[in-house]
Design a protein around this ligand. Sequence first.
Ligand SMILES: CSCC[C@H](NC=O)C(=O)N[C@@H](C)C(=O)O
Length: 706
Amino acid sequence: MNLRFLFFFILFTCIQVGVMGQNFTFEAIKSYAFPTELVRSKQGDKIAWSIDEKGIRNVYVAEAPSFVARKLTNFKEDDGQEITSISISDDGKWVLFVRGGDHGANFDDEKAVNPAGNAEPQTVRVMQIAFVGGPIRVISEGDFPVISPDNKVVSYIKEGQPWVCKLDTNENEDFLEAPVRLFKTRGSVHSLAWSPKGNKLAFVANRYDHSFIGYFELGKSQVNWLDPAFAKDFSPRWSPDGTQIVFIRTPASGGSTDSLTQRKRIPWSIRKVSLSEGEKSSRVWEAPNTYRGSLPTTQGGTNLFWPRMDRLIFTSYHDGWPHAYSIAPSGGPILLLSPGDFMVEHVRTSADGNMVLFDANTGADITDKDRRHICQVSVDKADMKVMTPGVGIEWSPISVVGGYVYIGAGAQMAPQVMLASSGATRSLTSNLIPAEFPEKLLVQPKQVIFKSLDGLTIHGQVFDSSNGTQKKPAIIFVHGGPPRQMLLGWHYSDYYANAYALNQYLANLGFVVLSVNYRLGIGYGYDFHNPKSAGQWGASEYLDIKAAGEWLAQQSFVDSKKIGIYGGSYGGYLTALGLARDSKLFAAGVDIHGVHDWAHQREIPLESLSGPHKAPDADWATSLSFRSSPISSVDTWKSPVLFIHADDDRNVPFSQSIDLINRLQKKKVPMETMVIVDDTHHWMKFSNALKVFQATADYFKAKLLK
Ligand SMILES: CSCC[C@H](NC=O)C(=O)N[C@@H](C)C(=O)O
């Protein structure tokens, strides 16, 4: 055999092994471009969105009829500055957006985020750019901009107060006049909403235990309050003719301290008020005073819209599922627009006010329960249609000229902006998926349904790249939130798209991965989402995590001695609980910014634990909260663990990990730690996300693949 032939034989074999091995790096799978913030102009002829390309976030636009995507901004750094609040002026001339902050935070969300360690942190700022392109104008530090319908000004929030600034430029492109504060009022202002004519601005003044709705007329010098009451009023929505406002009302905070551990009802109603001085509001609809009739807490909350003079749209959970409803502004019967055992999310109305679009976990197949599909329904007729059936995941629909756009993905296809028009569907951002992205090498997660230790039905997704013959090490992924649902494909949240990428990578490394949708999660109805004795009041959801571990251990294709567990935030909490309580079942774990001591999670006002405002069950609650916290079980914690936490975490304080690490070190529990300086709960800097998830995979390789 001559050398030349031998060389090519070896080369061919190596290629074959490479292809057969089908391995890819985590960096490769994390190279997808992630779209968010998809919005349209009023007429639906222009759209804009944000794309995160390996941490470099920019605004993209497109316009009818071609809707060819065009990069509008030119930010070049992985600097951790998210883009939010994108809007297009009604005349289509301007695009406004906010750069900076961490809008998924529970506290300090208005503060600068600085994971790049810049000497001068970049503040949260309102920016303006022409839709056709051009220089970016930094209008001001601020957030939540809303452009007036007459395209003359933008209003935004700065230091809890409303400011306004002219949009237009003069002939030599110098932008006119500096921003001015529109008015000053007590409390913190939010939910700015322009009247249709653009001459009045409605808002909510949050004053801690109560909130009022007011409006300010440009050129005047007084704020006008709308039916101020001993209540929390919010979500002001103008009538299309600008003469009335509807809003949501719930009780103000106060009165005798309720039980801490029992479920609470939050009554709510839709009310309508005209703008005449001193006018009282009238009730449009009152939710049933039941647990399910409580204020909905799923995506978008009440999703209140006034799309047409004769119809209001809202979301309620009162039949056990978050559904879209329609009602006349004068009140009367409600019309259920999305009947069935499923939930609606990302609700929007069409430009002409006649249609409602949303995504929902519904369809012809049982696997649709673990997907999202775009649905459309008339505002005044229960004629709902699933527009994107199949095995994909679609979300955030908006109506545009000639059709609708949305973000779509699959088990393998990374999230992309999709246009459905004239009977065809095409991607507007496929060109942004790098060649290195290993789409064809990804596994199709399989839907599994099993019983929890108390009989509750639990859904999960199994990622397994093998044909299920030999026994393999396994890993359980525990999502956070906890009101979340993992899906049979790429997730619509960037935080969980990270997790989906890691689960695919772990499967590619040779693990069986089970992502478990435990109780407290969404997508399976009110009772599943609001279980008894859950969280810090008994951690009943842990039964589902243990059941998932035991389900894996019983599988013929799993090595029951090599089952790992990982999760972030609330998922980190349940990971720590698993390692503390069941080190025999969970051989190793990675706890990413988990909650470890409920008493330090700022969830319960201290005055309800002692003194005159002590809750009736305060002592029982304190004991239950401690016993539901991982710190109470450190004595039985034996398995090795990797702790990861960023110290600018505004959802779960960094101290939660310091506390547990110090306790476990005293017990000489084998551990490794990773600190990410100046990033937040949401890995704003791409290179930090890479570091965190690569470390997670490497830890499991070292502990379970040896
Ligand atoms: C109630 S403990 C806080 C957990 C945290 N929730 C909100 O901040 C969390 O799980 N955050 C992420 C991961 C999420 O909201 O999904």
